[in-house]
Design a protein around this ligand. Structure first.
Ligand code: HSE
Length: 310
């Protein structure tokens, strides 16, 4: 029997639409991610558990885990006879890489179970493709950090999907999910199909500055560069009061904040524990819409998808 855990992630981190993402874990030691357990069985079987399993589709063929299993059977050209238990701990449509968690945990588990027929790059490529089937377009800014951990830059050249980027160790990352759902495909469909050349140039400048700042340990430059001119201007219509909320977080001492992935989770960065606690309280009182919502004070998860005890 194999049990695999895959962590939550923040896609885009403002400046790298579809090209930057970080894996995160709560500083209080709680798990924020999905688990997948696999054992051999006479037939394929899927058991759904976990706090958010009520959000999963009723039809098995629409379940991400089934899709992953089906892809793997096609690749190996045989029916893989296993029982899979998905612990769906991540809310679907939260902007925290919920689908990436299920995809990474399932594919890593099946690959391990089958004695690793796919190498890391093949596995990650497949993760991005499955993600694309669900969200409307392949993107790796959740699956890559979820799989490898840390801050990942999507390369997709030279047989390399992603590479780790140095990160600022004193940054504290907070995420607040209000308890409501935004579908990634919907949040992608409202983006323009074309951007002005000025926007493309500015975005290239900001992204290049962020990567340069990360490699040369210039946190001020990195923070200045973390501006979203690609998705945020269009997605704020899905997040009422976002501008005001962002201003309030900056007033409390946040050094950066933005939409996590396609939202509605907001991420906030600060570099002081007291400020982190203040922001935690403020977000808990002002951003959550129902009792399902949550706020977590996090650091980067450097391990990514991994085997854990049963
Ligand atoms: N980069 C993706 C998007 C992340 O913003 O659509 C989805 O969570």
């Amino acid at each position: 029997m194999i049990k695999i855990y895959a962590p939550a992630s923040i896609g885009n981190i403002n400046v790298g639409f579809d090209t930057l993402g970080v894996a995160i874990k709560p500083v209080d030691g709680k798990l924020l991610g999905d688990c997948v357990t696999i054992k051999s069985n006479e037939n394929f079987k899927l058991i759904n558990k976990g706090n958010f399993c009520f959000q999963l589709p009723k039809k098995i063929e629409e379940n991400i885990v089934w899709k992953c299993w089906n892809h793997f059977c096609r690749i190996l050209n045989r029916k893989i006879l296993i029982s899979i238990t998905l612990e769906k701990n991540m809310p679907i449509g939260s902007g925290l890489g919920s689908s990436a968690c299920s995809i990474a945990a399932t594919l890593v588990a099946i690959n391990k179970f089958c004695n690793e027929p796919l190498n890391e790059q093949e596995l990650l490529k497949l993760m991005g493709e499955v993600e694309g089937e669900i969200s409307g377009a392949p993107h790796y800014d959740n699956v890559a950090p979820c799989y490898y951990g840390g801050l990942q830059l999507i390369i997709k050249e030279n047989n390399c999907v992603s590479q780790p980027i140095p990160f600022f160790k004193d940054w504290i990352w907070l995420v607040a999910w209000p308890g409501i759902k935004i579908s990634t495909s919907e949040a992608r469909s409202i983006l323009p199909k074309k951007y002005k050349i000025e926007t493309c140039i500015k975005h290239s400048r900001l992204l290049a500055s962020f990567i340069h700042a990360s490699h040369t340990n210039q946190s001020k430059l990195a923070l200045k560069s973390m501006r979203d001119i690609i998705a945020e201007p269009y997605r704020i219509q899905l997040l009422p009061n976002f501008i005001q909320i962002k201003q309030n977080l900056l007033n409390l001492g946040a050094i950066n904040c933005g939409i996590s992935g396609s939202g509605p989770t907001i991420f906030t960065i600060c570099n002081d524990k007291k400020i982190a606690n203040k922001i935690y309280t403020w977000l808990s009182e002002n951003y959550l819409k129902n009792k399902n919502g949550f706020v977590h004070i996090c650091k980067l998860d450097l391990n990514g998808t991994r085997e854990i005890g049963l």
